[in-house]
Design a protein around this ligand. Sequence first.
Ligand code: ZN
Length: 376
Amino acid sequence: MLRSISLFVLLLATACPLRADDVSFERDGQRIDLKGEVIATHEAGIVLHTPDNKLWPIQQEEIVNRQKSTGEFQLQTKEQLIETVLSEMPQGSQVIETTHYIVAYNTSRAYAQWVAGMLERLHRGFTSYWSQRGIDLKNPEQPMVALVFDDRTSFANYGKAELGEAANSVIGFYSMHTNYVVMFDLTGGAGDSSRRTLGTRDIQRLMSRPDFQWSLATIVHEATHQLAFNAGLQQRFADVPLWFSEGLAIYFETPDVSSSRGWRGIGQISAPRLQQFQKAAGQSGQTFLPDLLTNDDSLRKAATAMDRYAQAWAVTYYLQKRMPEKYDAYLRELSQIEPLNDPPQAERVRMFQRHFGADLTQLENEIRQMMQGLRP
Ligand SMILES: [Zn+2]
């Protein structure tokens, strides 16, 4: 009974449209006027959600004007969103619509089609993986968006606004601001534009290239980040430990070199991550776990990132295989963390210990042992 009342209240609350806010702010000498809903407030600033599903963290001192709007907040329809996306792409770009995605591209349709197929397969795998484990996933209110640029240069041109110089060295990225996954045509024109699909032979040829396998894993990795945020496993701009987000994405990224589909599935041993982990373990007997839990920067810095990603994968692999229920309970608690609501670092460690036990040294030893016994 109580349950049905709270359900009713919930329905009422979602049926009642939210009044939007008009927010104007100045950044890099430019004034930006937006209409949206404020989804998080902090003394340092706000996070504004705009109808195109972008999230704008805005600092208090940047805000010039903020007032209740006359209009209501509504997300763009699929058609409006397509218009928005195309206006951000180079002239002449087109879209492919699938069940869950809008893929905007200025490369061959064949390649974009192949990407769209891969994204849908990942979506299917991701959804059934978590449903089987009893995790309720949110249905995204809008299709998810992927941008596929024709080459690295146009990709980097687009990406530099968000990534700066790093746009020249990455293969793809997911943006918490736009909610897009962004990539470029890895085939270098293997699919000529007159054909509708990439031939199996085209793909097989590409799959035999180790750099291509790695690039493909990166795209699946970035698309997994997008799924995790849109299915409600974590909230954008929330203080979720970086090792957790990255470990989760790597857990899904394993490429399959033997198939033209390009992607093997979930929870396989990641050969490059395992090798990296073993190498790091061989070089240093120092414990890594306590620092991994709190030090997000160590995953961002080039000097330590490779080791740290491997460790994030190893911890995720161990917890998912050996303590799946505890892992899921931890995931549920992390999914509740809201943007701008950053718990202190010590709380991160305490939360981890509440789920997986207080003895981090013991846990790390078990992870190391498991990794020693794995063969790629
Ligand atoms: Zn990542």
